[in-house]
Design a protein around this ligand. Structure first.
Ligand code: OSB
Ligand code: MG
Length: 370
């Protein structure tokens, strides 16, 4: 496959309501869309999913856009024939910048799927010898809020067809909210996301969440603290799931060796693309680490990639991959799989196309491969 066009379009999309985590409060989602065209005339759009605040990751929308424009695109321009579809083989001499690499690597997989006459999910499944689920149960991630707000949101989410709820917490004070939610919803599949807000000395307080029958807690401690997470996991009766900590398959090897977690939140853009995601999925599966697909408050463009990955049968637990309308009113693409009969219906969705307005904005951008 040879690339003939690459165009870049920064956008800012307002959120319906602010999304709060222990890291930040998100009101406006800045994204950079990447348009690719191959010599066979196929088109795909990717999305740079870095944030503008440095809490979740040191990779920022501006720094990664710069890395993409100044480091990644020149390499593609010099050698536009795409070799093996891994960030490693595409940019062997560029360290880090995983979200920038993923913004190009993911749509390259979409181009390859189109060339092969497959859906993206089918191509991903073939690469690991797995099958595709045409419809999947999905979860929803709810930002930090008071009890009354969470109860209202959960009622809406259950009615809308979500199968599992993730409550974000920003500290010990929010644990009582989780327990009260359990009282109101005795049968809800419930998980908690700490986004690094806790310390090892909070272990006993966190263990009280067992009474609320939470299935897992995501990233309770600071990223990098694999040893601390192993100690905490040994003292908790429910699973730890790592998110911020997992940037590569080597991080998962460390989790296996130390026992830092029993579950992984897998985000293709955080780990630098699908090739690394599939390596992680294989390793996690070999070691009974329960892997599920996370979200990055993506537009429908980014959700297409996360949802296609989540279609693999290897994923057993509902991901944060519901419709992007949860966050945004104005869609950027035609990719809008409906949540019906408590399943996201992905089986009969045609490849996403940009809305005419977005397509027109792209055509005015320079072709960086010309
Ligand atoms: O910690 O999983 C997280 C959003 C932004 C940054 C980090 C996280 C999240 C979410 C949202 O939880 C998940 C989604 O996009 O639905
Ligand atoms: Mg998380």
């Amino acid at each position: 496959m040879r690339l003939t066009e690459l165009r870049v379009l920064p956008v800012a999309v307002p959120l319906r309501q602010p999304f709060r985590s222990a890291h930040e409060q998100l009101k406006m989602r800045q994204l950079t869309l990447i348009y690719l065209r191959s010599d066979a005339g196929f088109e795909a759009v990717g999305e740079l999913e870095a944030f503008t605040e440095p809490g979740y990751s040191p990779e920022l929308q501006e720094s990664e856009r710069q890395a993409l424009l100044e480091q990644l695109v020149p390499v593609l321009k010099a050698a536009p024939t795409v070799p093996e579809l891994t960030a490693e083989s595409l940019w062997p001499n560029v360290a880090g910048h995983r979200m920038a690499k993923a913004a190009i690597e993911l749509p390259l997989w979409s181009l390859k799927a189109q060339e092969a006459g497959l859906t993206l999910a089918e191509l991903l499944a073939r690469s690991v010898g797995d099958t595709v689920q045409p419809a999947i149960p999905v979860g929803i991630s709810l930002g930090v809020a008071d009890l009354a707000t969470q109860l209202k949101r959960i009622k809406w989410a259950v009615t809308a067809g979500y199968s599992r709820v993730k409550l974000k917490v920003a500290g010990l004070d929010d644990l009582s909210t989780v327990k009260a939610v359990r009282q109101a919803f005795p049968r809800l599949q419930l998980i908690v996301d700490g986004n690094e807000a806790f310390q090892l000395t909070d272990a006993a307080a966190l263990a009280t969440l067992a009474a609320a029958e939470v299935i897992m807690i995501e990233q309770p401690l600071r990223a990098g603290d694999f040893v601390g997470h192993a100690k905490l996991q040994a003292s908790l009766p429910f699973a730890i799931c790592l998110d911020e900590d997992i940037l590569s398959v080597e991080d998962v090897e460390r989790v296996v060796r130390l026992g830092s977690a029993r579950s992984l939140n897998l985000k293709p853009s955080r780990v630098g693309g699908f090739a690394e995601s599939l390596k992680i999925l294989r390793l996690a599966n070999a070691h009974q680490l329960d892997c599920w697909v996370g979200g990055m408050v993506e537009s429908s463009v980014g959700r297409y990639y996360a949802q296609s990955l989540a279609q693999l049968s290897l994923f057993k637990f509902p991901g944060d991959v519901g419709p992007s309308e949860q966050f945004f009113t104005a869609p950027l693409s035609t990719w809008q799989p409906p949540l019906r009969n408590r399943r996201l219906q992905l089986g009969d969705q045609p490849m996403p196309k940009l809305t005419p307005e977005m397509a027109a904005r792209f055509q005015r951008q320079r072709n960086l491969l010309a």
